[in-house]
Design a protein around this ligand. Structure first.
Ligand SMILES: NC(=O)c1ccc[n+]([C@@H]2O[C@H](COP(=O)([O-])OP(=O)(O)OC[C@H]3O[C@@H](n4cnc5c(N)ncnc54)[C@H](OP(=O)(O)O)[C@@H]3O)[C@@H](O)[C@H]2O)c1
Length: 244
């Protein structure tokens, strides 16, 4: 791999917004893209889909990682280090996430279970994975960055203003992600850390309901991955700064 390529790993990029971001990035010859997901077959299928597209120009590799599992995270870091062949990871996109609000009924699951399962991916898993990739990011001379895919739904200011009590668990997990991003930015001034809100998009997470096509929503993820934009820490949507 050429040292001048920008290496970018997108978690949860076998489908949805992560896949769309990977698709945009796959068109760029100066990118070494790591498509990452928790199921090896789904990741492989996603990569094959990207490689079949005519304008595919990036170098593309796969990484398998379940962010709720420490041994899987450590194996992913080791695999990435091998595939980078001594180069740095320039950009980590923390995109993997879920919302259990649409998945079954709260009486059956119990509120505690719903909190634990949601936080184990959106907050704990994201924090642990980010921490594990920091040494590879810190090898970068391109001012390494972490782009966290958050949501305005996690803005405490907006929650208080809109007085909409829906999706409590998901919102709390995205507020926690904001807090984690701020701590990462403050503790690692050499790493540019942002949270981006892709807006409402039609993906499995919202049961393919209303919203934009993910090819549109993922544009902000790509923009912040390719360039140092905004402040670290900073929280942005396509409309500009989002209040924490
Ligand atoms: N869609 C929206 O309107 C919207 C709005 C704001 C923010 N977001 C955020 O955008 C991000 C992507 O969501 P999406 O809408 O694209 O949903 P999605 O289509 O359901 O995709 C979620 C991705 O995360 C992966 N994932 C889930 N749990 C994981 C785990 N334990 N380890 C590794 N990967 C895991 C999934 O893998 P599998 O395929 O294996 O399940 C999938 O690749 C999330 O962080 C979400 O909160 C979405």
């Amino acid at each position: 791999m050429s040292q001048s390529k920008l290496s970018i790993l997108v978690t949860g990029s076998n489908q949805g917004l992560g896949f769309s971001a990977a698709r945009h990035l796959s068109k760029l010859p100066n990118v070494h893209l790591f498509v990452c997901g928790r199921d090896a077959n789904r990741v492989q299928e996603a990569v094959e889909k990207l490689k079949r597209e005519e304008e595919c120009a990036a170098e593309i590799d796969t990484i398998v990682m379940d962010i709720t599992d420490d041994s899987s995270i450590h194996a992913a870091v080791a695999d990435l280090e091998k595939k980078l062949g001594g180069a740095a990871l320039d950009v980590l996109v923390n995109n993997a996430g879920l919302a259990l609000e649409t998945d079954g009924d709260i009486e059956r699951d119990g509120l505690r279970t719903r909190f634990e399962n949601t936080f184990s991916v959106n907050a704990f898993g994201t924090a642990v994975a980010a921490e594990a990739f920091l040494p590879l990011l810190k090898r970068s001379t391109a001012r390494p960055r972490i782009v966290n895919v958050g949501s305005s739904a996690g803005s405490c200011t907006q929650m208080a203003e809109t007085r909409n009590a829906g999706w409590m668990v998901y919102k709390a997990s995205k507020s926690a992600l904001n807090s984690i991003a701020i701590s990462l930015a403050v503790a690692n001034p050499d790493v540019h850390v942002v949270v981006v809100d892709p807006g409402l998009n039609v993906t499995r997470l919202n049961t393919y309901g209303v919203g934009a096509d993910p090819s549109e929503g993922s544009q902000i993820i790509v923009d912040y991955a390719l360039e140092i934009k905004g402040n670290s820490p900073g929280f942005y949507s396509a409309q500009g700064v989002v209040t924490w």
